[in-house]
Design a protein around this ligand. Sequence first.
Ligand SMILES: NC(=O)c1ccc[n+]([C@@H]2O[C@H](COP(=O)([O-])OP(=O)(O)OC[C@H]3O[C@@H](n4cnc5c(N)ncnc54)[C@H](OP(=O)(O)O)[C@@H]3O)[C@@H](O)[C@H]2O)c1
Length: 335
Amino acid sequence: MATPTTTPATMRAVQYDACGGGAAGLKHVEVPVPSAKKNEVLLKLQAATINPVDWKIQKGDLRPLLPRRLPFIPVTDVAGVVVDVGPGVKGLTAGDQVVAMLNSFNGGGLAEYAVASANLTVKRPAEVSAAEGAGLPIAAGTALQALRSIGAKFDGTGKPLNVLVTAASGGVGLYAVQLAKLANLHVTATCGARNMDLVKSLGADEVMDYRTPEGASLQSPSGRKYDGVVHCTVGVSWSSFQPLLSDAGRVIDITPNFSAILTSALHRMTFSKKRLVPLLLSPNKADLELLVGLLKEGKLKTVVDSKFPLSEADKAWQSSIDGHATGKIVVEMES
Ligand SMILES: NC(=O)c1ccc[n+]([C@@H]2O[C@H](COP(=O)([O-])OP(=O)(O)OC[C@H]3O[C@@H](n4cnc5c(N)ncnc54)[C@H](OP(=O)(O)O)[C@@H]3O)[C@@H](O)[C@H]2O)c1
């Protein structure tokens, strides 16, 4: 039977009506397919991945970052096929396979169709599956920008720095380990015992189980001081990091609390050489193209923790809330 080429009027989607409901607050609905406006493309989605930020927004943890309106279809990181282009879009046409990051305030990823800004939509070569591509925007983008903040270079011109990646088995951490090795860094990583072999196989030079006293101390087994830390978990104070850092070492904190933000401000004001640096992803097309290219060349892998059909998106959501994913949790639209 031929595949229909016209876009239907309505689509399946998963949304929440109010903040705070967790996985039980997600509802399966039939809603109108959105349309692409100026500089936007309409995508028929194949896969989306869940990031902790998605359920933290639902929980209200990230105020003032809240959905622009309720009900809200969450999730930003998607892969699919362009089915329509709005006015002003250049370089993308119907039929292109793509990876995109949707606008965080508008969401839209847990649905059969979504509208993406052409500025954050990049072509996906045949070598990159939808699930692999959808893993990239937030998780790999953050890993890349965190490593750059430490001084990593991806063109072979960087210094051989020592880095620590905490929660190296998570969505961000697994990309951070691989990207750090591509930048020729020495990588020490922490994760749970069950993931140590995986993290080593992706290039980490030293891996520690975070539930052991040695792992909890975060000290490099080889005695190295860290030039940078890609800090992907919580609950480690600046005073614990400080003695582990080289003279100008930096901790890039991707989940900074209020105290971390104050510490960072103090470091800036006092021109401290050792620094805590809070990082919020600054999404951009160039980084997404770089990352898709690395996947295509086989230099970077998306580790998929689990896949769920759209009809079970609430299970995927709960799994992310549980916090024990190894890599990315994928929701597939066509299964
Ligand atoms: N600033 C930004 O722009 C930005 C961007 C992306 C993410 N984030 C934040 O960064 C954090 C990590 O995101 P993610 O997507 O990587 O999360 P994730 O995929 O949910 O991380 C889960 C992994 O973390 C491991 N883990 C948990 N606690 C650990 C610890 N104390 N030491 C070592 N490993 C630990 C877990 O291992 P076990 O199962 O063995 O416990 C699991 O494999 C989240 O808080 C997220 O909101 C911020």
